[in-house]
Ligand binder design. Sequence first.
Ligand code: IFM
Length: 476
Amino acid sequence: MEDPNVKDETTLTFPEGFLWGAATSHFQVEGHPVEMKRRLSDWSTWASVAGNIADSTTADAACDFTSRYLDDIELLSGLNLGALRISLNWAVLCPRDRSGQGRKRLNQDGVRYYKKLLSTLRERGITTFVTLFHFCLPQWLADDGGWLAPRTVQEFGRFAELVASELGQYIDYWITINEPLPYAYQGYVEGSWPPGQKHHYVNAFKCVHNMLEGHALAYHAIHKVHPQAQVSFTNHWRPFSPVNKWNPLDNLVTHMRNRVFNHMFPNAIKTGRMHFPFPLTLRTAIKELCLPIEGLKGTMDYSGVNYYTRDMSHHSLEAPFDVFGRSSRNADSEISCMGWESYPDGLYEVLTQEMANYTTREDGRECPIIITENGFADLFPGHLTEDGDWSLTDDYRIKYLISHLKAMHKAIKKGANVKGYLYWSLLDNFEWAEGLKARFGLVRVAFPTQKRTLRKSALVYAKIASSNALDNKTGS
Ligand code: IFM
């Protein structure tokens, strides 16, 4: 995939005004004392159950972001980064409403915290990205069926409405729902996230359906208060390649995965309803999910792209009727501790080919793209106590970052309308079922002391952000 436009350039310059930033989510960094003490969310409950988290850590303290965010904003600014993605703690902002009258306001302690956080970012000239649902449900909604229950859809719409009126003035980019397909897969098929159901594809699809309804309600609720708001969701894009390109069954499962994992959500938003590939359409429970969803069509003001890796897919004789087959690793490439191959060409493919159907908005205008997550995880012990520099010289992360920025630059040259890039993540944090051992941070966090130290990658990224350019030869 050599691009003659890029090959000879020594400096790769990004478009003027390009947004450089970092991404986080509330549960992974906050260690919110009220939530954790009272186990207010499904994730704080789930992570406290023995056996649910690979390294037996919890998110009870995480990065202690609720008390250290001012210092962390300093770090962000010091790295020349002009954007931060956070998410809101729905469980804290919306405790169970016992009034019977319907919720009138968000929890005011929660509002004060987010107002201070977001207004500080604004005062520093930092663009704010705010996610409403980043994998965590209030426990009282999870108890009532979570995203399978229509009530969650209504409550999500109401939550968006209240956030729009109480915090909306500080929000530049809205993300209604983060990575709906991975969420549904982990919660209802793999069972490694709450609610922990296994092999329940129909529930996974119902969950996605209800999230589409919730997204539509939230989109309109936000626009009612802020007509010019930039609202979208984030799609986790993952190219799928057949293990054996000559095997028709490998190609079939690859096609099925791509249609469902990558395209189900954006395609539903484009057309106003869910579409399923054959033979899934033969099931009555699936057919019922294909009806038009009210208000859904065209509810995307920009495209939020989360990109990490690709999957090699193959049909399996152990499960011959499983239309999604199995995935395996590409033995020849670099693999992160998440088991993820570093595959920068995939980012180029996503930006220039896979997304081609979604680059024009309903009103005919071009849809801007923001890379809302991209990053690399190292593996370190959960309770890092040493202050040695062995985890600070993170050459793999640098290589990953540079190769993906080059792929993004090449896609921009090819015409992809990418306006910004947010590295995942600013800080080492709580990586869901993996716990604290998987380290995605530009900034190392020594959890027992909460000491922050910049990694080498942070300095490389800071230089790129300040010059808005990348040296094509040295990659800095
Ligand atoms: O940490 C997660 C994040 O919460 C959602 N996207 C993928 C990241 C890495 O797994």
